[in-house]
Design a protein around this ligand. Structure first.
Ligand code: ADP
Ligand code: MG
Length: 397
């Protein structure tokens, strides 16, 4: 199940000098009306690009952004992304009109030393998401060497990630992908003990796979967020008008039972911050047996945070995914910010993954105190579950 020392080649081992190196990156940054609101994914790709340039490669970058659903959507053009990359790297970035060879071929052929080409949004073509062979063959015309550095897209069998690398004999992974796999492999294979996982977020149904898999590996599983409501309800506690997945109650009971059998410390909140709705300016702290009919549980309470914090501080390895509450609202952010701070103080090996959890860690200003902040939400969960990622399988020699 676990291809430990995966024989995938790192870009550092590939012969790239003077060659066209196609680098699949994850430039799927949050865009609001064409403006980038967070460029951390762009920054994360820079080390690989710099490495390739310093080796004398001609770099061809490709990415998707948003969900244009196979059509050209001007607001989802990679133009502002290319401009930001150029500004951050201080190199010239040439955006092609389209990602197919007819439009991109000339730009790529004319690339000079130190210049970088960026192909227009791959998802402007429906063939990208369909893992289409013909589309992959078109892209293959633009590359001598293929490098996947898009961890955030590695769990999707899309053409630029799956069909394409199989057509390019010389292939491997970028530096960012390498770091992601090294960090997550450390958790997959003999994580330092005690191994503590913190899971939160909106739905149990999103995280059944990872929760089931983690129950077999961890020493403690701390649950928060709306997901905790379903577990509390499964134990017969009244949850008022909180989000509860009624159809997942039997599953929650099965998971609680499995935790007991394995002697995993599965912790649920003992107190909660409740309010009469998500727009309430402040919440009220109640114990888990005091949730009223009109109450919505929107964060873990201070007593729960204290207990979780202690467990986190004693962890040999920590994996956190999913906020502890509706952290987008200051009134319900204390639980998530408290967990972010505890993880930062933990002296063990600490990893955080997931778009919203990473946002919470950034908001807390503690990201650099984690050993690894994953750029992939879905991909990190699937990889930790023990699944093979299509984007990794496709670059194996
Ligand atoms: P991640 O992106 O880190 O994987 P998820 O997407 O699973 O996390 O969950 C994040 C979302 O869950 C956030 O929008 C957050 O507001 C919401 N959420 C967490 N706890 C609650 C709660 N108690 N009630 C309502 N929404 C919640
Ligand atoms: Mg999310």
């Amino acid at each position: 199940m676990t291809p430990a020392t995966s024989p995938v080649a790192s870009i550092e081992e590939l012969n790239i000098a003077g060659r066209r190196v196609f680098v699949r990156v994850d430039f799927n940054v949050p865009l609001e009306a064409g403006t980038i609101t967070d460029d951390s994914r762009i920054l994360a790709a820079i080390p690989t690009i710099r490495h390739a340039l310093s080796e004398g490669a001609r770099v061809v970058l490709a990415s998707h952004a948003g969900r244009p659903k196979g059509k050209r959507v001007p607001e989802l053009s990679l133009e502002p992304i290319g401009a930001r990359l150029a500004e951050r790297m201080e190199v010239e970035v040439l955006l092609t009109e389209d990602c197919l060879s007819e439009a991109a071929g000339k730009v790529v052929a004319d690339l000079r030393d130190g210049q970088v080409a960026l192909l227009e949004n791959l998802r402007f073509h429906p063939e990208e998401e369909n893992d289409d062979e013909g589309f992959a063959r078109e892209l293959a015309k633009l590359c001598d060497v293929y490098v996947n550095d898009a961890f955030g897209a590695a769990h999707r069998a899309h053409a630029s990630v799956s069909a394409l690398p199989r057509l390019v004999p010389e292939r491997g992974i970028g530096l960012l992908m390498g770091q992601e796999l090294t960090a997550l492999d450390r958790l997959r294979q003999g994580a330092p003990r005690p191994f503590v996982a913190v899971l939160g977020g909106a739905k149990v149904s999103d995280k059944i796979g990872v929760m089931t898999a983690l129950l077999e590996q961890v020493d403690a599983l701390l649950i928060g967020g709306a997901m905790a409501n379903t577990f509390l309800a499964a134990q017969g506690l009244p949850m008022g008008s909180s989000l509860v997945e009624e159809d997942k109650l039997p599953l929650a009971r099965t998971l609680l039972q499995r935790a007991a059998e394995r002697k995993v410390k599965l912790l649920l909140p003992v107190d909660l911050v409740v309010a009469d709705g998500v727009d309430a300016p402040v919440g009220q702290v109640v114990t888990t047996s005091e949730v009223g009919t009109d109450d919505m549980a929107l964060d873990i309470g201070p007593e729960t945070l204290k207990v979780y914090r202690e467990v986190i501080l004693g962890a040999g390895a920590l994996f956190w995914n999913g906020p502890m509450g509706l952290f987008e609202r200051p009134a319900f952010a204390q639980g998530s910010l408290g967990i972010a701070a505890a993880g930062a103080e933990c002296s063990g090996f600490t990893v955080v993954g997931g778009g919203d959890s990473v946002a919470a860690v950034n908001r807390g200003g503690v990201a650099e105190r984690y050993d690894h902040v994953s750029t992939g939400g879905g991909a990190s969960l699937e990889y930790l579950e023990g699944k093979e990622l299509p984007g990794i399988e496709a670059v194996r020699p």
